[in-house]
Ligand binder design. Structure first.
Ligand code: 5AD
Length: 350
């Protein structure tokens, strides 16, 4: 049997392993240190100690979907719904810009109120007023024409986690009517249009197996996205998955390290979910190859309403307004926040 340090070396050199080798690495719980050393060395080769910040604007928690894991699913009658106006959103950008942010991420549920015209209008306004900033969308599955219209209006990047690449597993996490194939198609369309694309999955999602994770890695190899967002599954009390265990810290860190070695130049956020799971989750993520943090720039009054999972952190150091405190934490982990657009290497546009 190959030992993990030989597997990690092979992964670093060839960016790939066989399924059997991935399985061995995923079940070995003693390789944290050696994986972290290698992942950190690879991130430093391409990104030095830079950690890019994104200002996250959660502009609507209305959603027409009913994903079984998600706290803002349509059937959750306890969710208090809100929408930001165009002016609210522009105000967030203004505040973010003054703080130094140069990427804005517009994230929301799939809210039919926000028609393509409304979305394009918002994008154009941001693009006009903050032409040196990148605009990232995270608003779900849309048609090719819609994606094209947003791109033409000035959006540059799109985050759409595939959630799981396995068709049967996908069907256990989502209601009938949503499909794994459509989600994957959306990602390929976004890439074709010219977006920098982000995919990703929840680690420790209900019914997830090691084989599913390996399928996720294979799908990511096929898509070759510029960004990969992963975090632990965290249960939400008002969803059908309320009684499932949360994903565990070491599994998320393991996957971050593996992803950094497979995709040396990828943008890899240390996610809010990781920071919610463990007080030092994001610092540990950075030390395992992550190089992006997405502080919350939404108005304080709505933050507690965008509860995708229980106890989501939203008013402490992950708040954009507290980014000096965040910067200190990043420094104490050995890195530095950089207030720049932070495109993926090889994709520096405009
Ligand atoms: N736990 C962890 N992540 C979640 N997301 C949604 N619900 C949960 C949850 N309960 C993630 C999904 C989605 C992203 C915006 O948030 O992966 O794509």
């Amino acid at each position: 049997m190959q030992n993990s340090s030989a597997l990690i070396q092979k992964l670093r050199e060839t960016r790939n392993l066989t399924d059997a080798e991935f399985r061995l690495l995923l079940i070995d719980d003693s390789c944290h240190e050696i994986l972290a050393q290698n992942a950190d060395a690879v991130r430093r080769e391409h990104y030095g100690t830079d950690v890019y910040l994104r200002g996250l604007i959660e502009f609507t928690n209305y959603c027409k979907n009913d994903c079984l894991y998600c706290g803002i699913r349509k059937s959750n009658r306890n969710a208090v719904r809100y929408r930001l106006t165009r002016e609210d959103i522009l105000e967030c950008c203004k505040e973010g810009y003054a703080l130094g942010f140069r990427t804005f991420v517009l994230q929301g549920g799939e809210d039919p109120y926000f028609t393509d015209d409304r979305i394009c209008d918002i994008i154009s306004m941001i693009h006009l007023q903050y032409s040196d900033c990148a605009i990232t969308l995270s608003i779900g599955e849309k048609s090719y024409e819609s994606y094209q219209a947003y791109f033409q209006a000035g959006a540059n990047r799109y985050l759409l986690r595939h959630e799981t690449a396995d068709i049967a597993h996908y069907a256990k996490l989502h209601p009938a009517g949503m499909s794994c194939d459509n989600r994957k198609n959306c990602l390929f369309q976004l890439r074709e249009i010219g977006y920098q694309v982000g995919a990703g999955m929840m680690i420790g999602a209900p019914y997830q197996t090691l084989d599913h994770l390996i399928e996720d890695l294979r799908f990511l190899q096929e898509l070759n996205p510029q960004m990969i967002g992963i975090g632990p599954f965290l249960s939400h009390k008002d969803t059908p998955f309320r009684n499932f265990h949360n994903g565990d810290l070491e599994s998320v860190l393991k996957l971050l390290g593996i992803l950094r070695l497979m995709f040396p130049k990828v943008l890899l956020p240390a996610t809010t979910a990781l920071g919610t799971l463990h007080p030092e989750g994001r610092e540990l993520g950075l030390q395992m190859g992550a190089n992006v943090i997405m502080p919350n720039l939404s108005p304080m009054s709505v933050r507690k309403k965008y509860m995708l999972y229980d106890n989501k952190i939203c008013t402490g150091d992950e708040s954009a307004q507290q980014y000096h405190a965040l910067a200190k934490r990043v420094e104490s982990a050995g890195y530095q926040v950089v207030m720049a657009r932070g495109d993926a290497k090889g994709f520096e546009t405009k």
